[in-house]
Design a protein around this ligand. Sequence first.
Ligand SMILES: [Zn+2]
Ligand SMILES: [Zn+2]
Length: 173
Amino acid sequence: MIAVNTTHIKPDLPYLLEDEESVDILELQDCADKPVPLVPVDKIHYKFFCSLAGNDLVVTGEASFKIQTICSRCCDDVTQEVCVENLCLHFPDVKDQIVDITEEVREELLLAMPNYFFCSEDCQGICPGCGANLNYEPCTCPEDDDEDNDADQPKNSIDSANSPWSKLDELKF
Ligand SMILES: [Zn+2]
Ligand SMILES: [Zn+2]
């Protein structure tokens, strides 16, 4: 739980709240229906400045955690940091209370997660033809894709054999 005790906050001095929290609060393990694995690792690190505006609590600062997943282009393992740099939360009328801000921080972190993760910005991905991971190995697709078309043509038909192109077809093999 991430909580702010507002009695600690002095009128003109933002109260620094810096700590780490278990990634369990993200409840990402419940997202089993996700198309790719999303496994948070280590801890959530946060650094918040808490201040009072009248009877309201204002929390600003940053929070981050790391996530293990796979690259959306090449399916390689990726560990990437998810960071909220300009968090700003507002809790009205909570003076002299201990305020649980866990759920709000969780939401901000989940919103900061990109829809797609990449192992690198210039990841070449996987060739849809031959399945080669183009970051490590060359594409082995045949350069001449006429082969497929030839296979569909009736090779022994009279028209094909007599056509002026039949000799050219034979030369290819
Ligand atoms: Zn990749
Ligand atoms: Zn290929």
